[in-house]
Write a protein that binds this ligand. Structure first.
Ligand code: FES
Length: 270
């Protein structure tokens, strides 16, 4: 005997009993403030990053600007190189920052939080909750090109390495120009705070949480991974705040080093 299944449902957007509201939104609060602030913040970050990538003053012994670290080209000053290493030879004539910026940039671009932020503020898809979007079609992230966002988990490994390198740079900032340990300047403090925020942002990542203990059926059989997962889960709840804090800190640290390198900041505790 055939049993009739439930009637096929119309797509949600076409249900006849849906309220026919012509207004784009019925919200009366200033819902546009959040997307606008995000738009301005992220645009500022991109503009600064483009300027910094081409700025030649990225090294002021013992400080190296985070946007140009690790410095891998043979054009990098001796003290700016990672372990004195310059794997990219003379053939690279562009600024050294261009060798590496795609990695932290790609990590942020594909970050789950930033995705939400720029889908709303740049793409208006939708700009805010209960505000209609201008697009007629929605295919989500299951198709090209947005399916590429899945690359985020691989960027994470590189971001972890860059976080370690920035931490190393911050430790080296405790040396003076002659290589003696014990130097502490405003730059040292700024680089340490920045490295800490970058590392916290990196390990609060959703992919990190999954890499640490995702797909485990029995937490009890993996106590260490479970412990790490509980810490990361707490940090993960603050991922948005860490995304912004580390974005601001990396600009402040980068700009500070460049201003010292240019001689614009020049005082005893620089
Ligand atoms: Fe934001 Fe991974 S989700 S860095």
């Amino acid at each position: 005997q055939m049993v009739a299944g439930p009637p096929a449902r119309e797509p949600t957007t076409q249900r006849k009993h849906r309220a026919q509201i012509r207004a784009r939104t019925l919200r009366t609060d200033r819902w546009w403030l959040g997307p606008l602030a995000t738009f301005l913040g992220l645009t500022g970050f991109v503009v600064y990053g483009l300027w910094a990538a081409f700025d030649p003053d990225y090294f002021a012994e013992p400080y190296i600007a985070p946007f140009s670290s690790p410095c891998l080209a043979s054009s990098c000053p001796e003290g700016a190189r990672l372990f004195g290493w310059a794997p990219v030879g003379d053939w690279w004539v562009l600024p050294p920052a261009l060798l590496i910026l795609a990695f932290p940039g790609g990590f942020r671009l594909t970050c789950y939080y930033y995705r939400k932020a720029y889908y709303r503020s740049f793409w208006l898809s939708p700009p805010a909750c209960a505000v209609n979007e201008p697009h007629r079609k929605y295919t989500g992230e299951r198709r090209f090109p947005l399916i590429i966002q899945n690359i985020h988990r691989y960027f994470w490994y590189v971001a972890l390495l860059i976080g370690a390198i920035l931490t190393f740079d911050a430790i080296l900032a405790f040396r003076d120009e002659n290589g003696n340990w014990g130097h502490i300047g405003l730059g040292t403090v700024i680089l340490v705070v920045n490295a800490a925020l970058i590392v916290l942002y990196t390990i609060s990542c959703h992919s990190c949480r999954h890499i640490v203990a995702g797909r485990l059926n029995h937490f009890s059989r993996h106590p260490l991974r479970y412990k790490a997962w509980t810490y990361i889960s707490k940090l993960n709840a603050k991922h948005q705040q860490l995304a912004w804090a580390s974005l601001v800190s990396v600009i402040v640290a980068d700009l500070y080093v460049r201003l010292v390198a240019k001689g614009i900041i020049d005082f005893p505790f620089a």
